[in-house]
Design a protein around this ligand. Structure first.
Ligand SMILES: Nc1ncnc2c1ncn2[C@@H]1O[C@H](COP(=O)(O)OP(=O)(O)OP(=O)(O)O)[C@@H](O)[C@H]1O
Ligand SMILES: [Mg+2]
Length: 242
C-alpha cells in the first residue's frame, strides 16, 4: 500500500530522518515505534505532505506521491490524526467530522447538505460519540476530542489511516473503545499505520512493527520479535541489554 524508499529529512542541518525505507502492507496494522525524538511524527509529516523530503521516494499504491501537495494525498486515500489534537475548536463535533468528508470530496466548496450531516452523525454514533454531535469541540474532554479526530479522519474514507499516538491521554475504557473503533476500520479493509508508545496497545492491535531510533530504522518484525530484540531494548532503555 505504502512504500518509503531511502527517505531523508534535515532541519537546520540536523538529519532527523536518515535513509529510512519500509513498506506498509495492504490490510496490515503496522506500528511505527521508537523513543521520544526518534522521528516518528516527522515520518508522518513526510508521508502526509506537511514537509517536503530532502531525499528519497514515497509511493502510495504504486504511484509516486513524493511531490504531491498534502490535499491531493487525501484524495489518494491517505488520512491522519495529529499527536496534539487538531480539531477546529469553535466548530461542533459533527461539523468537524464533516470536514473530513469535504477534504476528500469537495475541498473548495463547504456545503452543508442534509445527507452530509446524516453521514457524519452516523459515523459518530457508530464510534459511540453520538451524544457529543452538537457540542462545540473546545468544551469536550481531551479523550473525547482524540476519538472525534479519528472519526474525522475516517470520514475522508481513507485506504490508509495514520494515527499519531491515538491512545495517549486516554483512560483504560477510552483506550478499549479506541481499539474497537480501529479494529472495525481494519475489518472494513482500511490499512492502519500507528505511532504509539503504549506497547500493550501495539501488541493487541498491530501485526507488524517498524522501529526508529535517532532517525534510522533499527528493526522491523512482529510485535513478539520486536519485544525480544536486544537492540530495540537498548534503544528504549538507553543501556546495553544483557
Ligand atoms: N519542524 C521542525 N523543525 C525543527 N526540528 C524539528 C521539526 N520537527 C521535528 N523536529 C526535530 O526532529 C526530531 C524528531 O522529532 P519527531 O517529532 O519526529 O519525534 P517523535 O519520534 O515523534 O517523538 P515523540 O515520541 O516525542 O513524539 C526531534 O529532534 C525534533 O526536535
Ligand atoms: Mg511524535
Amino acid at each position: 500500500m505504502l512504500e518509503l524508499d531511502n527517505v531523508s529529512k534535515s532541519f537546520g542541518g540536523l538529519k532527523v530522518i536518515d535513509s529510512v525505507s519500509f513498506r506498509v502492507r495492504r490490510g496490515s496494522r503496522t506500528a511505527l515505534i521508537g523513543p521520544n525524538g526518534a522521528g516518528k511524527t516527522t515520518v508522518f509529516n513526510l508521508i502526509s505532505g506537511v514537509y517536503p523530503l530532502d531525499q528519497g521516494t514515497i509511493r502510495m499504491e504504486g504511484g509516486d506521491i513524493t511531490a504531491l501537495p498534502a490535499r491531493l494525498r487525501v484524495r489518494r486515500g491517505i488520512a491522519r490524526t495529529f499527536q496534539n489534537v487538531r480539531l477546529m475548536p469553535h466548530l461542533s463535533t459533527v461539523e468537524n467530522v464533516m470536514l473530513g468528508e469535504h477534504w476528500r470530496a469537495s475541498p473548495f466548496s463547504l456545503t452543508r447538505s442534509r445527507r452530509a450531516v446524516q453521514a457524519a452523525e452516523a459515523a459518530l454514533a457508530a464510534a459511540g460519540l453520538g451524544t457529543y454531535s452538537g457540542q462545540v469541540v473546545s468544551t469536550m474532554p481531551y479523550g473525547i476530542q482524540k476519538r472525534i479526530e479519528v472519526v474525522r479522519a475516517l470520514a475522508a474514507q481513507p485506504r490508509l489511516l495514520m494515527l499519531d499516538e491515538p491512545a495517549a491521554g486516554l483512560n483504560t475504557a477510552e483506550t478499549a473503545e479506541l481499539r474497537a473503533l480501529l479494529e472495525r476500520a481494519s475489518a472494513q479493509g482500511i490499512t492502519l499505520l500507528v505511532v504509539e508508545h503504549d506497547m500493550n496497545f501495539v501488541r493487541q492491535l498491530c501485526d507488524h512493527v517498524v522501529v526508529l531510533n535517532f532517525g534510522r530504522k533499527i528493526f522491523e518484525g512482529t510485535p513478539v520479535e520486536v519485544h525480544a530484540d536486544p537492540g530495540v531494548r537498548e534503544a528504549y532503555l538507553g543501556v546495553q541489554a544483557a
